[in-house]
Ligand binder design. Structure first.
Ligand code: B12
Ligand code: SF4
Length: 478
């Protein structure tokens, strides 16, 4: 397959590719916050530390595949590794074809290839790494560079006799502190940071303190790390923050963990170390309402917490239980109040259309939303992702549509036959936008005017829109 076999003395050469292109993402740059892929930067740093020559083609700001062609000519890689997301499937296939034309072995990794390795193998990839990539990719490139075709490599999926063949399971890294700092120099950090600085006045970077999540929400897809959970030590996290500050003058960080601060002793220690280091870095994170106790929020604000993404999901306890969310409405209320009191911005994720949801449940979500008026929000229509319990429950009712994200409102397509038609959910999304606009106007218009608009809008919904959208009163199917 590869004509790049060299004596072992020649360092193996790898080109890593991020196929994401901001300009062709429908959610575009207003809503996508651009950071280089931490997965690839860590893979690159790990490979380098093992003596591999690494280059990266980051297509985030590119218009075409020109940078890839140039890198293939210049670096003559033994192996090209592509990070995959569903959104970038077609471009990844194109990249694989070009890399193969240069004689490279082409391997896919990341969330989409992990979910459907067969699709990548049959579209031209030589192999897929569905799990944690560092050790597998290193062993793979050593094998390729010395002309050995990998066979039964742990953590690798290859095509055999037309079918996907999985090697033995690859154990997860035991100690994340042993990973080197991300290889930021592989991408154009000035471009990312300059972009942020122009838009927000801050130089923003992404940091990951953990891998995985131990919770078990029924709609959540976790193809790479499953329900496992490992974290770096607070000392290692602060080392990374200091490096970002000193090398790149970063003054705002997004912690990209699935859930930030799962362990209370860990987060208490991190807060203490951040305080001692006097970083002067503001930060944001995604967290759960059951973990965000008011005293913790206060301590986090003191060391720079500026914004929190909160998975509120629903204002109905029945729905939270059906989603196996493991949170209580009382915790949502406590957290929303504490965030407001501390002056920390809150971004709520809300979801409509999960099985079992009735119009009353949607109204309960609306009441909660109106009560707290979060500064930012996203209301999406529930997406059944393959491999999740939600998907398994509705797989006989899938509608065969492709998901369509839309500005500010999250997912807009109903992908399975739910209790109500898609147009009802879209209308409900529009009602949330009106609620948000009224929330923003609070303080500028009188409360009685705001209540008046709400009453007129609700009356129109009850008497005109809902009967029109439903035809008749319906009860949910599940
Ligand atoms: C943080 C995050 C973001 C951040 C920052 C992303 C970044 N640049 O690093 C922001 C908010 C910007 C973001 C944006 C988007 N994201 Co996002 N994001 C995440 C999140 C929560 C963590 C990603 C992460 O850093 N993981 C940690 C690293 C270490 O893991 P990793 O990237 O998977 O890499 C490891 C392995 O997968 C493997 N690997 C990865 N790539 C490769 C390549 C090769 C060759 C090999 C061998 C191995 C390998 O090895 C790595 C190290 O072990 C994930 C959920 C999750 N837990 O993965 C969603 C997730 C990846 N995002 C997702 C999506 C959809 C998006 C957007 C497309 C949203 C949109 N536009 O609608 C954009 C795309 C932006 C982009 N640049 O690609 C989806 C992807 C689903 C899919 N099947 O496509 C996920 C899985 C969330 C979900 N469940 O829906 N995202
Ligand atoms: S939705 Fe968040 S908390 Fe729930 S399982 Fe997924 S990552 Fe964990």
């Amino acid at each position: 397959m590869t004509d790049r076999s060299d004596p072992v003395s020649v360092p193996p050469r790898v080109v890593l590719v991020d196929p994401y292109q901001a300009r062709s993402d429908p959610m575009e740059r207003k809503f996508i916050e651009l950071y280089p892929s931490l997965g690839l930067l860590t893979l690159g740093a790990y490979l380098r530390a093992q003596g591999v020559e690494v280059a990266m083609v980051d297509l985030t700001f590119a218009r075409d595949l020109g940078p890839l062609d140039r890198s293939l000519r210049q670096n003559r890689p033994h192996l090209v590794g592509v990070h995959t997301k569903t959104l970038t499937f077609e471009r990844s296939i194109d990249i694989a074809a070009r890399a193969r034309a240069h004689g490279a072995f082409v391997v896919a990794g990341g969330p989409d290839a992990a979910t459907r390795p067969e699709a990548y193998l049959s579209a031209g990839f030589d192999a897929v790494v569905p799990g944690e990539g560092e050790v597998t990719l290193h062993e793979l490139v050593l094998a390729i560079a010395t002309g050995r075709i990998p066979d039964h490599l742990p953590g690798l999926v290859t095509l055999r006799h037309g079918a996907a063949h999985r090697g033995p399971a690859r154990p997860f890294l035991r100690d994340l502190d042993l990973l080197p700092l991300p290889a930021w120099d592989l991408v154009d950090m000035d471009r990312y940071l300059g972009d942020w600085q122009r838009r927000t006045g801050e130089r923003r970077a992404a940091v990951l303190t953990s891998r995985g999540c131990p919770f078990d929400c029924s709609w959540c897809s976790k193809p790479t790390f499953g329900r496992t959970f490992r974290q770096q030590s607070p000392t290692r996290v602060v080392e990374e923050l200091i490096a970002l500050k000193e090398r790149y003058r970063v003054d705002y960080v997004r912690f990209c963990d699935d859930v930030f601060g799962i362990s209370r002793p860990w987060i208490d220690e991190l807060i203490e170390r951040m305080r001692v280091a006097e970083l002067g870095i503001q930060f944001e994170c995604l967290a759960r309402v059951d973990l965000l106790k008011p005293d913790l929020l206060h301590a986090l604000r003191e060391v720079g917490l500026a914004r929190v993404y909160v998975g509120v999901e629903s204002g109905s306890q029945k729905m939270l239980d059906l989603m196996n969310r493991g949170t209580k409405l009382a915790q949502v209320e406590r957290t929303a109040q504490a965030l407001r009191k501390e002056g920390i911005r809150q971004f709520w994720f809300l979801m409509l259309g999960y099985p079992g949801e009735t119009l009353d449940d949607i109204e309960a979500t609306r009441r909660l939303f109106r009560r707290f008026s979060p500064e930012e929000y996203s209301v999406s229509i529930a997406v059944p992702i393959p491999g999740t319990r939600f998907h398994a429950a509705v797989k006989d009712r899938l509608l065969g549509r492709r998901p369509r994200p839309v500005r500010g409102a999250g997912g807009r397509s109903l992908l399975y036959e739910a209790a109500y038609p898609q147009k009802l959910y879209r209308w409900e999304q529009a009602r949330f936008e009106l609620d948000a606009a009224l929330g923003r106007a609070r303080g500028r218009i009188s409360p009685s005017l705001a209540r008046g608009v709400e009453r007129v809008a609700d009356g129109f919904h009850e008497r005109v829109a809902r009967p029109l959208l439903l035809g008749r009163e319906r009860t949910p199917k599940s």
